[in-house]
Ligand binder design. Structure first.
Ligand code: FAD
Length: 539
C-alpha cells in the first residue's frame, strides 16, 4: 500500500529536520576539556621557518579518546563548520604541513609515552604511541637487545609524523621505508572513530594512512617490526671524483645487499687534499661557502656494516668484499662506532648547530625521488642551479630499490615503464643564513631555485619544455640542458609542498582516485591536516 504524497513529503521533511537537529545540537559530543586557547609560539611554525600560522587552540590529549571526542564534535556540529585539525608530532616539517591556522592543533607529544615489546609468530614487534620519538623507541627496544629495522637519519621525529610521509634512510634499499615495516595501527579517523587496522583488518585505512600525509586519520599507535640489535657498526666513507663511478658503485653495493646501510652525498667544490677527520662524517655542519667559476663537485658514498663484537672476522670479511667493489682510485675512511651512536649520528650535529645559533634558521628543503635513467641529468641541473650560491647543509643522492616499497600504501614513487628497480633518493637540505628570513630576497632566491629544479625534475614527457621555472626557459638555470634534452624526468617529490588539488592530482597520478575516495570515506569534511594543502575544508 502506498502512502499519500503529502504523508511521504512530511516524513521526508521530518527526517531532514531530525538529521539537522542531531548534527547541530552537539548534545552528544562536547569538545574535550583539555583544549587550550593558550598557544605556545613554537606551535605556530615548524623546522622550516618558512610558513607561519597560529591555531586557535591546542589539544593536549591524554588518550586517543580525547582526539576522538574532538573530531566527533567537529564532524557532528555545524558550529565548527570551518574548523580544521592538524596532528603535530615533533613539528619537523619544513613547509607548514603540521599547522592549522585558525583551527586546532593536536599536540601528539602529550599522549602517554607508551612503548611496549610484543612477541608474535616468531618475530618481535614494538607497539609505540603515535607521538613517541624514534629515539625513545630505539632506547626502549635496545634494552631488550632489539631494534626497528628501518630508520630516518634523524631520530627526534615522531612515529606518527614519519609514518605519515614514508620514513627513509640508508637502510631503505634493504628493509623498505618505515611504512613497509608496520603491521598494525590504531587510527582516529576524521569522523572521530577509533579504528584498529592492519593488512587484514580495515586494510583500506591501513594502507591509506601509511604515507597518507595525515589526511585520513591520526595514528595513535603503530606496531613496528623488530630485529636483533647489532652492537657495533663499521661506518665507511669512500670519496669519488666521478659521478658515474659514484652511482655505479652505489648501485653495485645496493644490488649485492652486502651492507646494512648506504647513502651518498654531493659536495660542492674540489675535494680537500688533506682530510680533517673531525669533519669527515658530519652532514648538517656548516659547509664552506663555495662559489667556483666552473661548477665542480665530489661525491661521498657512505655505507655501514652491522656486526657483533663476537664475530669481528665476519665483519672484516664483509668489509673487504665491499671495499673491493667500490674503492678503486678512491680514498676510504672507516669508523667503528656503537649501533646507537651510528643511528643517532645527527644529534651531535644538531647540538653543535644549536650552540652557534644555526639550528633554528629557515630550511628551504627539497626532497625528490628521481628515476635512475635521469639521475645524471638531475645532477647536472643541480650543479648548474646551485653552484653559485653559498650552500649550507647536506645534499643527499643515493639509490634505493622499488621492490622494497609497499605500493599499496599512499606513498608516491616514480613509475618506471621499463621495470627498472633502482630509483634515487635526492635531498637538498639547505639551511639559510639566520638573516635570510621570510620576505628577504636571499630566502626567495633559494626557494625559487628549488621550485625551478622541482618543476624540471617532476615534469613529464612532452610538457617538460613548456613548464621550465617561474618565467621563461631562457632564464632558467640549466636551460641549455633543458632545451637540448627535450624529455621529462618523471621524478616525484617526497613530502611535496604543492598548492591545491590540481597539483596534487598530478603528483598522485594513478593513485589519486583511490586517495580521493579514501578521503571521502574517512575524513569527508576535509578536517584533517590542512597544512598539506590538498583538500579544501567542506562545510
Ligand atoms: P610533524 O612535522 O609534526 O607532522 C608532519 C605531518 O604529519 C603533518 O601533516 C601532521 O599533521 C602529520 N602527523 C603528525 N603526527 C601524526 C600522527 N600521529 N598521525 C597522523 N598524522 C600525523 N624524513 C625521512 O624520511 N628521512 C630522514 O632521514 C629525515 N631526516 C630528517 C632530518 C631532520 C633534521 C628533519 C627536520 C626532518 C627529517 N625528515 C626525514 C623529515 C621528517 O621525516 C618529516 O618531516 C616528518 O613528517 C617529521 O615528523 P614530525 O613528527 O616532526 O611530524
Amino acid at each position: 500500500m502506498r502512502l499519500s504524497p503529502i504523508l511521504e513529503l512530511s516524513a521526508a521533511l521530518l527526517f531532514i529536520l531530525l538529521a539537522f537537529f542531531f548534527r547541530s545540537s552537539n548534545i552528544f559530543f562536547k569538545l574535550p576539556a583539555n583544549l587550550s586557547v593558550q598557544v605556545p609560539v613554537n606551535l605556530t611554525s615548524d623546522y622550516g621557518r618558512i610558513i607561519h600560522g597560529a591555531p586557535d587552540a591546542v589539544l593536549r590529549p591524554s588518550s586517543p579518546v580525547d582526539i576522538s571526542l574532538l573530531l566527533k564534535s567537529i564532524y557532528s556540529s555545524p558550529l565548527y563548520d570551518e574548523v580544521t585539525v592538524a596532528a603535530r608530532g615533533a613539528g619537523h616539517s619544513t613547509h607548514g604541513q603540521a599547522l592549522a591556522p585558525g583551527g586546532f592543533v593536536v599536540d601528539m607529544r602529550s599522549l602517554p609515552l607508551s612503548i611496549t615489546i610484543v612477541d608474535g609468530d616468531g618475530t618481535s614487534y614494538v607497539d609505540a604511541a603515535g607521538g613517541a620519538l624514534w629515539i625513545d623507541v630505539l632506547n626502549e627496544t635496545l634494552r631488550h637487545g632489539l631494534s626497528p629495522r628501518s630508520w630516518t637519519d634523524y631520530l627526534y621525529l615522531t612515529v606518527g609524523g614519519t609514518l605519515s610521509v614514508g620514513g627513509i634512510s640508508g637502510q631503505t634499499f634493504k628493509q623498505g621505508p618505515q611504512i613497509s615495516n608496520v603491521v598494525e595501527m590504531d587510527v582516529v579517523t576524521g569522523k572521530g572513530e577509533i579504528v584498529e587496522c592492519s593488512e587484514r583488518e580495515n586494510s583500506d585505512l591501513f594502507h591509506g594512512v601509511l604515507g597518507g600525509l595525515g589526511q585520513l586519520g591520526i595514528i595513535t599507535r603503530a606496531r613496528i617490526k623488530l630485529r636483533p640489535a647489532p652492537p657495533m657498526v663499521a661506518w665507511i666513507r669512500v670519496k669519488h671524483h666521478d659521478f658515474e663511478q659514484f652511482t655505479r658503485h652505489g648501485e653495485l653495493v645496493v644490488n649485492a645487499g652486502e651492507v646494512d646501510y648506504l647513502e651518498g652525498f654531493i659536495k660542492f667544490g674540489d675535494a680537500p687534499h688533506s682530510h680533517q677527520p673531525e669533519d669527515a662524517f658530519s652532514r648538517f655542519g656548516a659547509e664552506r661557502c663555495v662559489k667556483p667559476r666552473q661548477p665542480t663537485a665530489y661525491y661521498l658514498l657512505e655505507m655501514a656494516i652491522y656486526y657483533d663484537d663476537d664475530d669481528v672476522s665476519d665483519a672484516a670479511r664483509k668489509r673487504a668484499k665491499v671495499l673491493a667493489r667500490v674503492s678503486s682510485m678512491t680514498s676510504v675512511e672507516i669508523l667503528e662506532v656503537s649501533y646507537l651512536d651510528f643511528l643517532n649520528r645527527v644529534r651531535e650535529e644538531e647540538l653543535s648547530l644549536r650552540r652557534v645559533g644555526l639550528w633554528n634558521v629557515p630550511h628551504p628543503w627539497m626532497n625528490l625521488f628521481v628515476p635512475r635513467s635521469q639521475i645524471r641529468s638531475f645532477h647536472d641541473l643541480l650543479l648548474r642551479t646551485m653552484s653559485d650560491s653559498c650552500n649550507n647543509g647536506p645534499i643527499l643522492v643515493y639509490p634505493t630499490l622499488a621492490h622494497r616499497w609497499n605500493l599499496n600504501t599512499s606513498i608516491v614513487v616514480p613509475q618506471d615503464e621499463a621495470g627498472e628497480d633502482v630509483f634515487y633518493v635526492v635531498g637538498v637540505l639547505r639551511a639559510a643564513p639566520p638573516t635570510c628570513t621570510v620576505g628577504t630576497s636571499c630566502l626567495d632566491r633559494l626557494m625559487q631555485q628549488n621550485e625551478r629544479m622541482i618543476r624540471m625534475a617532476t615534469a613529464r614527457g612532452s610538457s617538460r619544455g613548456a613548464t621550465c621555472g617561474l618565467t621563461t626557459t631562457t632564464t632558467c638555470p640549466g636551460a641549455e640542458w633543458w632545451e637540448e634534452d627535450g624529455g621529462g624526468m618523471g621524478a616525484k617529490q617526497y613530502m611535496p609542498y604543492l598548492e591545491g588539488e590540481e597539483e596534487w592530482r598530478e603528483h598522485f597520478g594513478p593513485k589519486w582516485k583511490r586517495f580521493e575516495e579514501l578521503k571521502a570515506k574517512f575524513d569527508p569534511l576535509n578536517v584533517l591536516a590542512p597544512g598539506q594543502r590538498i583538500f579544501k575544508r567542506k562545510k
